[in-house]
Design a protein around this ligand. Structure first.
Ligand code: ADP
Length: 576
């Protein structure tokens, strides 16, 4: 909580000019608010009671002036506070997002991305309320409560003591129920985030949902998460309601008590009617002041409770890269796995790869083959430093990759994923993704080399054609060609190709060859191969099983020497 407040204050401090102006305006409105009852009292005692019409007029004008001043200062105050709060939340969102982008891949294995994005837009506004108009309003009310209390004592000591009776129950109720509200709010927010994650899962898998006719089941699954959140919301609303009911009842009740006691004092000649009216106005002001200030306090606690995850996240330092900052002047592309073992942090009981020894020479093209789950993708993940080996060393040109700058290392690697992700934007933007400074000619050349030019030229807008949600849809093969262009535009020393498993995509037949042809030099290449045509052309095939290498060598040789390989070729690889 303390760290959270400190982090929040840092963000608020950045907007201090807005807050300073806003605070001055708060003071103005407190001053005007507190002077009302005083002038009303004057109006009655010195004007009405003594029959002086001139005084009534004068004080009336003063009261209007005060009203105008209060109105204007409130409008301006809200402007400054709300703008500041909006800027604080916008900056916080950006900060959280930037921080998320830097988290290690293992972090994303544990989190549902839909949940994170839901939380980012649903929780952060709660912070906005804590540092915005409501903060200004409640500090005004808090000042009303304090200043009003002083003026109550000044107006009538006896009556003030009556009013004070309301304070202890209100304080106790706020403290106790406030804590409850905070807990419930956190739980509710988490429940809504989970339902957001569920919804995202169904939406992104809509084709599967439709194909299996699971619309009703998915709806029901979402419904269950919503029901849970709703139940928590109901309990939170109940507690919040009880809290405001209690403060309202005790506060206004005390003011009424004072009215009754004051009436008796007037009858006894110990108080003027103007004083009583002034007192009651102050008492209501104080009651409202306390109520609003405590109401804000519970809101603020709720907001902070719901958003503690944001600050926890900002405190989280990614486990990777702990890497060094070394960059090599020259990369030949020799890759060595030296006794590498790895277990996924989310599955610590299973070796994804174990005792893995492999030397790949510069310019060599190796194919990783094996049944699904054999560890092919894990090898690639380690090479990209998405994860760190649990044991052993991974070397690039003889240098342990742990000592190298991870960002720089990834710049040396070009990757074509099995299901390439393209971002909304033009075709050119997507090809340029890893090298934003590439010229139009370089982009066009990369597209041509990746055999993407044929289909790009068929679009009227060519490279400028928008793709994704708001543009044309591309076939799997076309997407993969763009991904090849994107990877080779970076001129990588190491190339990783994850071949599509789908046998239907005949466009993809010569995927590996296409990718290799797209570069005028030979990078060290790792192919996760699913096709006979791919393994037949590479320098060396590595057969994996349960994280171990069980055979390695050229395709023809393995066919002769390894039964397991022959079996795999017959049953797993796509002919052609
Ligand atoms: P392949 O690419 O050959 O199909 P993988 O390298 O993906 O195999 O998987 C190797 C092992 O690691 C499998 O047992 C798989 O279940 C596990 N695994 C893969 N990815 C993850 C992950 N993100 N979290 C936990 N376990 C994983």
């Amino acid at each position: 909580m303390k760290r959270q407040l400190r982090a929040l204050l840092t963000l608020v401090w950045a907007e201090r000019s807005f807050y300073t102006i806003g605070s001055v305006l708060v003071v103005v409105s407190v001053f005007t608010g507190l002077s009302y009852p005083y002038f009303v009292q004057q109006l009655i005692d010195q004007g009405v009671m003594s029959g002086q019409i001139e005084r009534v007029n004068r004080i009336g004008v003063i009261l209007f002036g005060l009203l105008l001043a209060e109105g204007l200062s409130t409008v301006a105050r809200d402007y400054f506070f709300n703008l500041a709060a909006e800027r604080v939340t916008a900056r916080l969102r950006q900060k959280v997002f930037d921080h998320l982008l830097r988290q290690d891949i293992a972090f994303f294995d544990r989190q549902r991305s839909g949940e994170l994005t839901t939380r980012l837009w649903s929780d952060v506004p709660a912070i906005g309320r804590v540092v915005g108009e409501e903060a200004a309003d409640s500090s005004r009310f808090a000042l009303f409560a304090l200043g009003g209390t002083a003026l109550l004592f000044y107006t009538s000591l006896t009556l003030t003591l009556y009013v004070m009776l309301a304070v202890p129950p209100i304080v106790i109720a706020s403290w106790w129920l406030g804590k409850r509200v905070k807990v419930l709010a956190t739980q509710m927010q988490t429940a809504y985030a989970q339902s957001g994650g569920t919804a995202e899962e169904s939406m992104s898998g809509i084709r599967t949902v439709r194909a299996f006719s699971q619309e009703a089941a998915e709806g029901a699954r979402y419904g269950r998460t919503i029901d849970r959140a709703l139940d928590l919301a109901r309990r939170k609303i109940l507690v919040t309601g009880a809290l405001s009911g209690l403060t309202f009842g005790f506060g206004e009740g005390a003011a009424l008590l004072a009215l009754w006691a004051g009436g008796r004092l007037i009858v006894r000649g110990q108080l003027t009617s103007g004083q009583l009216i002034g007192f009651v106005l102050y008492a209501f002001l104080v009651a409202r002041g306390f109520r609003n200030a405590t109401g804000f306090w519970t809101d603020a606690l709720r907001g902070l409770g719901a958003t503690s995850w944001v600050f926890e996240l900002l405190d989280r330092t990614p486990a990777l890269p702990r890497s060094g900052s070394r960059r090599l002047d020259r990369v030949d592309g020799a890759v060595t796995f030296d006794g590498v073992a790895f277990r996924y942090p989310t599955r610590p009981d299973v070796d994804a790869v174990a005792d893995f020894n492999l030397r790949v020479a510069p310019n060599e093209v190796v194919a990783l083959v094996g049944r699904s789950g054999a560890g092919k993708s894990t090898i690639v993940n380690l090479l990209l430093r998405f994860y760190e080996p649990s044991a052993g060393h991974l070397l690039l040109d003889g240098h342990d990759v742990n000592t190298l700058d991870a960002m720089w290392l990834r710049q040396q690697i070009g990757v074509v994923m099995q299901e390439p992700v393209l971002f909304s934007g033009s075709i050119a933007d997507n090809i340029r993704y890893g090298r934003p400074d590439a010229t139009e000619e370089e982009v066009a050349a990369a597209a041509a080399l990746a055999h993407a030019k044929e289909f790009i030229d068929r679009f009227p807008a060519g490279l400028a054609t928008a793709i994704g949600d708001r543009g044309v849809q591309l076939s799997g093969g076309q997407r993969q060609r763009l991904a090849i262009a994107r990877a080779v535009l970076r001129r990588p020393r190491i190339l990783i190709l994850d071949e599509a498993t789908s046998a239907l995509d005949s466009e993809n037949e010569s995927f590996v060859q296409d990718a290799l042809r797209a570069l005028p030099y030979r990078p060290t290449t790792f192919v996760i191969a699913h096709r006979l045509s791919s393994v037949a052309t590479v320098d060396r095939v590595i057969l994996l099983d349960r994280g171990h290498i069980i055979a390695a060598g050229p395709h023809d040789e393995l066919l002769r020497t390894s039964d397991r390989y022959r079996q795999l070729v017959e049953t797993q690889l796509v002919p052609a």
